[in-house]
Design a protein around this ligand. Sequence first.
Ligand code: NAG
Length: 300
Amino acid sequence: MQLLNFLYLLASVQPILATSLINFSAAAGDNPSTLGILDLEEARGDKISSNIADLYAKLGTDSKGTAALHYHRKEGYIRAEYHALSNKLEDDKTYYIGYKFSLGVIEESLMIFQFKAYEGNDATTGGANIPLSLEFKSGQLHFQYQADYSAQREPQWSKTLDTDTVYSAGIVIHTGKPGWVEFYFDGEQQTFSTSKSTKLVANTWDGRNEPKFGAYRGEAVEINTYVYNVQIGTELSDIEEAAGLTSSAGGSTSTTSATSSAASVTATCSWEGHCAGASCETYNDCSDDLVCTDGACASP
Ligand SMILES: *[C@@H]1O[C@H](CO)[C@@H](O)[C@H](O)[C@H]1NC(C)=O
């Protein structure tokens, strides 16, 4: 009887614990490593293991002084991304991914989200390399789908965006071959131009598929992009904030002005505990533009 009660309790608690897989907020000062593996590449195949001044992803502020995970790449460098949930996703499951971001620049072939296949993406198995992606082409952000190894990434939805503007994306992926996807932008569910529906039947599982957030390609220019929230879970409610699904997302004028004046005061250090004087081992440990000099964060 005691054991049975315990098992009932466990069964009722487990789904709640399992639901939110990632909940990153730059405003809350969450360590970016909660997003997974930092993936930095100067040229293709030329990886570096931690942040440097010309290539990084670390907590800082956007151009308006709002706390953000700042991805920075020197012109010519190819990749600054976080690779989330390595070896954690499964076939025949529904995952909700919320992503709040802004762009310092919009550049041809800049990809800001990938649902990348790490297995089965070869000629023999026939899976796509990047089944789903958000990529800029001809000045517009495209939600793209690549069906298999030999297929192109085909636009399913497109929108013209502005720089220095915060956008929210919600990507719902049911893993499978085929599975399906749904897409929210700025809190509104979108219709795919190809399926003429809010649902797109798609091959979303090649054996090991995982999300990546940041900046890939678009290497003709210097890139700065900013990520405010990433939420991944197994229910729509898990991504409310990052996908902009809450009606109060805008906030009132009074709180906005209070926030911006507070932010401007602290703009040079948005990552508490990693400000000037804090101990550090590398540049990565220091907020914003601070550098690590003789074991302490300091102005560059
Ligand atoms: C995510 O974290 C925030 C705190 O930063 C918390 O308020 C919120 O409830 C969390 N959301 C989920 C879905 O766990």
